[in-house]
Design a protein around this ligand. Structure first.
Ligand code: DAH
Length: 345
């Protein structure tokens, strides 16, 4: 660039030389040459000040353009990433080289069992929807027929945020959602059949059978002419498949606001076949879960006509189910991080 002021032209030549020879190219923008030039402004005749200042600014822009020319584009600067597998992908999985950490971790026993549980329900035509870990009062209570002030709300004491959101105390919080989202199934002559696994939270006194955080599996089935027999048959079939043996089941009356009638569901102890053992506390039977026929108000709140459709639902702890399968004596082992416990599975 040609500069008319000889001071600026001389400074430009000196700067360019500095730039070409220095290691730290960016330092050029902080060069004292600029400060000197601006210093000269003070002693200039007033009518030249504007033109001189403009040339010094042009010089600065020129220096920036030298710098940009050496930097290239952002893409040029990024090192390329090797996205090919670090072994021949045609090698059988058990023959592949051990990658860092792959010999130290395993699937958590609860998650492995959950896969087994879900596969049984898939085979019975259910789909799975995951529950959520934060929810609101409407889904936790109102949509389940617990109006404000209902005394049974106290049975589901859980953690809450200052904004009034809750950590769900049961997976039933998902019922309204899955019913609403699938109510069109019914008009097409198809049932609603969903299982909902999820983590739930309770304000509990902790002991070998009670944790503040555990897993539940909810089930929801709605269609035409559905009755308690379908509920019992579904759960019995599942349990026999899960424990791979004949299981006896029984129900006894209970109370939940969201089912009518409501039941507590028990099975013959899969560990001792009713002979009496530690798993069933020598009772021969184990109470496993809550269930019932979905309350008409719960169907109505999901815009489903309870005079046309009926359904059943259940909800129970997955941890309990697994404890009974392997004779695990303390629910707290699951979340203890004890590797000697986890590695047995
Ligand atoms: N949500 C209940 C609980 O955690 C269990 C339950 C009972 C779920 C009856 C249901 C049901 O879906 O119909 O105590």
């Amino acid at each position: 660039m040609a500069y008319t002021f000889k001071e600026v032209a001389a400074a430009a030549a000196a700067l360019k030389q500095q730039f070409d020879t220095s290691e730290d190219k960016k330092a050029i923008l902080r060069s004292p040459i600029f400060a000197e030039l601006f210093g000269q402004l003070k002693n200039m005749p007033a009518e030249q000040k504007g033109a001189f200042g403009a040339e010094v600014n042009d010089l600065k822009k020129e220096a920036v353009s030298w710098l940009q020319a050496t930097m290239g584009t952002a893409e040029d600067k990024l090192a390329s990433i090797d996205i090919t597998a670090p072994f021949d992908i045609n090698t059988a999985p058990n023959k592949r080289p051990q990658l860092l950490g792959s010999d130290t971790g395993t699937v958590h026993p609860l998650m492995r069992e959950l896969d087994i549980v879900l596969n049984i329900f898939y085979g019975m035509g259910f789909e799975a929807v995951e529950s959520r870990e934060i929810d609101d009062d409407y889904h936790m209570f109102e949509s389940l027929n617990f109006p404000a002030g209902h005394p049974a709300r106290d049975d589901y004491d859980t953690f809450a945020t200052t904004e009034g959101l809750v950590s769900p105390a049961h997976t039933s919080t998902m019922q309204n959602r899955v019913l609403k989202e699938r109510k069109d199934n019914l008009e097409k002559g198809k049932p609603i059949s969903v299982v909902i696994p999820g983590r739930v939270f309770r304000n509990e006194d902790l002991d070998a059978r009670h944790e503040h955080t555990f897993y539940q599996l909810e089930g929801v089935y709605v269609g035409q002419n559905i009755n308690v027999g379908h509920l019992i048959a579904t759960l019995k079939t599942f349990l026999q498949e899960y424990y791979q043996k004949d299981i006896e089941v029984k129900i006894q009356p209970f109370y939940f606001p969201f089912t009518e009638p409501s039941f507590e569901f028990a099975l013959s102890c899969p560990f001792c076949d009713k002979k009496g053992c530690n798993v069933c506390g020598h009772a021969g039977w184990v109470e496993l879960l809550g269930c019932g026929m979905i309350h008409p108000n719960v169907l109505k709140m999901a815009d489903i006509d309870p005079t046309k459709y009926t359904g059943f639902a259940w909800g129970g702890g997955i941890d309990r189910l697994v404890m009974m399968k392997y004779d695990i004596e303390d629910i707290r082992h699951f979340h203890s991080g004890k590797l000697d416990f986890l590695r047995q599975f």
